[in-house]
Design a binder for this molecule. Sequence first.
Ligand code: MN
Length: 286
Amino acid sequence: MTLRIGISARLLHNPPAGLGLPTKRLQFLESSMATWIMAHGVVALMIPFIDHGAQPARKRPPLRDLVEHLDGLVLQGGIDISPTTYGATPWQEKAEYDGIRDAYELDLLRGFIEADKPVLGICRGCQLLNVYFGGTLIQDIPSQWPGAIPHNDTVRYDRLIHEVHFTPGSRLSEIYGYEPRRVTSIHHQCVDQLGKGLVLEARSPIDLVPEGIRHTKYPFVMGVQWHPEFHPGSTDAEEPVVDSGPLMMAFLKAAARRAGHMRRLASGVARVRERAEHFGNPFGGR
Ligand SMILES: [Mn+2]
């Protein structure tokens, strides 16, 4: 069966007038994210945000039903996570956050993690993983991380590239080896204190800013600070960037393993039921 990968939605609470939906909230999927995932022969589906404050409130599928129908979760990048979500005060007054998206994605994350299904967090998604496990964030690298190399450039955007170094023994080094690799960098925030059970998988050189994290207890719960989905389209970058295929394949292998396990479990349960119908309850009587 084809694997089904859920992608968390980006939220647009106040769409620009030209879109013809004033006062309505939009949810969206950045194109290259779906392209990247589906290029590996799997189905990608955006998991809609449900406004629990809106009417009608009846007949909403519980989170576990949603998770049951999907084999893995990819968290999209986007707007900063609200500092209040991890118990910090905003670094500046005019900073913009989306607490609604935080709550929606943390809920999704809980569903997939509790079901032991693989999760891949991209950029903001990497930071969200850290927050979920009790970690904190650097809210603004340029002003809070002395000696930081450029990690964000509004003009160069996805053509801003820097190296990453993989931690010895890390999952990313298993996937990519130990040679430094080049990645896109479109972020002004990053992981600060690591959440419980998480380890650093990658850092940028010189400033040692965290660029990848992984949870040690689960088969595949990983976050990368770069944008692998932009790599195939970043060919006009001055420097070559790391191939995103092996990372997606590692995630999908974990999803397939988990799905296979579920199928075996389901067929095993069916066999026990069948036997019980033919020969009576194997656990009862005698
Ligand atoms: Mn970076």
